[in-house]
Design a protein around this ligand. Structure first.
Ligand code: GAP
Length: 526
């Protein structure tokens, strides 16, 4: 009998050249092709700002949630988890300040009917110095926020000067966003939609909460809101948890759930959407505690957690909000930023919110939100540190960080391109693919099926007996499966009952026993 070694069928050497930058188009195409993410209501043309997660996406998303819950709640003695309702009493949102102030600055283009977020629409005066040495503003240019906003404004200014045939030296552009525009400037700034000035409105506050009506009446008395954050659930239930949960300061209350924001400009795939999922934790501390120390500890915890699910250090950075831009109650906010293909953007916000939220709810409800300090025999309102992150943003970050198209060379010297998703085994949607070398050899199939069924009790595994082994490996590379196990003739004929274990990243193969395979999974999938 001629035995085909699976090693012969797989390209073996990943190229060492630096990986090409990830293209969002390719990533979105992979997400669709392999069933990670679809547009919501796609058969009706899609629905802007809403997405569906397909079979692999749902699995990956669940793994992100499960890892966070395990590390944030189950493996800590000082954090408990809750699940609160999405629609809460409307007074919650009045007390929290969302009804009055949860808004983005909106600008309309009266001609095109396009709407923009004023803080994402940039402009600059076009300033030209003539032969007489006098600098004059001769017009305005605008550009939507991008990786290279200043560059785009500069190009637009040069084109403006050329088209108007204005002589003189062009000054470098000074980019400002539309919230900084003076009233008399608004009429002179061109709309990005039409390229012409005169159609943009002055920015106005646009409340991002989705309204609904609860009950049979649809008048003002029945107005309620879909929650724009999960956090308020933790504040409103603070006393319930204290009274029932045997918790003592410092402690945290965590929750994972959907939030809804009527974003003016949902964009960058799932980065900013109108329905998304948050994982938030409110960490309550003594009013006299060193909040900045606790704040720093949580920032470090969040960074370490992101690395534990596979995000590389090189893509992470911190952004401390300038003091003058903080909300009046906030003592400090640091965002963990991620280098997405479309720029460095907020991934996880860690805010020190003082006692603002509990105090607001105490005042609005008339129910004190205090705890008793045994040492001082005094009651006080705890302060809070809040790490708040979006599941979908983490999802996008792990796809971006893991995606690679690389040249691989087999032992015959043939080179091909493979697409690979380097997802951490912790979150990969499929942990192991079980592949009988040949589908028409009953002994191989039977052994593969037995292993598959055993693995399936504990892990998400995939069984595939179709196509050549090399193609099967490629399919698994593309969906981020860390290991493939091939049941070949050595498994059946040689002592030891070993399989070929093929590593997604190195493409190296080695023989392992069932016990070794389970030990590897036990160590890496936690
Ligand atoms: N409770 C505080 C809070 O909600 P936030 O900065 O507005 O703070 C926290 O949101 C996190 O939720 C963000 O860092 C981001 O990861 C995620 N997030 C916010 N808006 C989002 C949107 N429209 N789409 C996807 N994720 C979003």
């Amino acid at each position: 009998m001629r035995h085909v070694s699976p090693a012969m069928s797989d390209a073996t050497t990943p190229a060492t050249a630096a990986p090409a930058p990830v293209s969002m188009d390719n990533l979105v195409a992979l997400a669709k092709r392999r069933g990670f993410i679809f547009q919501s209501s796609e058969i009706y043309g899609g629905f802007n700002g809403f997405f569906d997660y397909g079979p692999l996406g749902a699995e990956l998303k669940k793994n992100i949630r499960d890892c966070w819950w395990a590390d944030m709640v189950q493996r800590r003695d000082d954090v408990v988890g809750i699940e609160t309702s999405i629609i809460m009493h409307p007074k919650v949102w009045e007390a929290s300040g969302h009804v009055a102030g949860f808004s983005d600055p909106l600008v309309d283009c009266k001609v095109s009917k396009q709407r923009y977020r004023a803080d994402q629409l940039f402009f600059s005066p076009v300033v030209i110095t003539g032969a007489d040495g006098v600098a004059q503003t001769v017009g305005y240019v605008s550009a939507l926020e991008s990786e290279n906003t200043a560059g785009e404004l500069q190009t637009a200014a040069e084109s403006f000067k050329r088209k108007k045939a204005i002589q003189g030296t062009l000054s470098p552009v000074v980019a400002k966003d539309l919230t900084e525009a003076r009233e008399e400037e608004i009429a002179l700034i061109p709309s990005p939609a039409t390229g012409e000035p005169g159609s943009l409105t002055a920015p106005r506050a646009f409340n991002m909460m989705f309204q609904t009506n609860v009950g049979a009446m649809t008048d003002g008395s029945s107005v309620a809101y879909l929650r724009p954050e999960t956090a308020q659930g933790m504040f409103v239930d603070f006393k319930n948890v204290v009274d029932t949960g045997r918790v003592k300061l410092p402690f945290g209350i965590a929750q994972i759930g959907k939030s809804f924001r009527n974003e003016i400009t949902p964009r960058n795939f799932i980065f900013r959407s109108r329905e998304f999922e948050q994982m938030e934790m409110e960490y309550f501390i003594h009013e006299d505690a060193d909040w900045s120390k606790v704040h720093e500890e949580w920032i470090a915890w969040c960074e370490a957690w992101l690395k534990s699910i596979g995000l590389p250090d090189s893509h992470l950075s911190r952004y401390a909000h300038p003091k003058q831009k903080l909300a009046f109650y906030s003592r400090g906010t640091v965002d963990i930023m991620f280098k997405y293909p479309f720029g460095v953007q907020e991934l996880w916000g860690i805010a020190a919110r003082g006692s603002y939220d509990l105090t607001q709810h105490a005042n609005a409800s008339g129910k004190p939100q205090e705890v008793f300090d045994e040492a001082t025999k005094k009651k006080f309102v705890p302060h809070v540190i809040e790490p708040a992150v979006g599941v979908d943003r983490i999802f996008l970050a792990v796809l971006c960080a893991g995606y690679a198209e690389e040249a691989v060379t087999d032992e015959k010297g043939n080179t091909e391109t493979r697409t690979v998703l380097r997802l951490s085994p912790r979150i990969a949607p499929v942990k192991v693919a079980v592949l009988p070398l040949l589908k028409n050899k009953e002994v191989l199939v039977a052994r593969a099926q037995a292993l598959y069924k055993k693995l399936q009790r504990r892990y998400a595994v995939f069984y595939d007996e179709t196509a050549a082994i090399g193609r099967r490996y490629r399919r698994q590379d593309e969906i981020g499966t860390p290991w493939c196990v091939t049941i070949d003739f050595d498994t059946i004929e040689k002592p030891g009952d070993t399989f070929t274990l093929r590593d997604r990243d190195t493409m190296q193969q080695r023989r392992v026993t069932e016990a070794e395979l389970f030990a590897l999974l036990e160590e890496q999938v936690y």
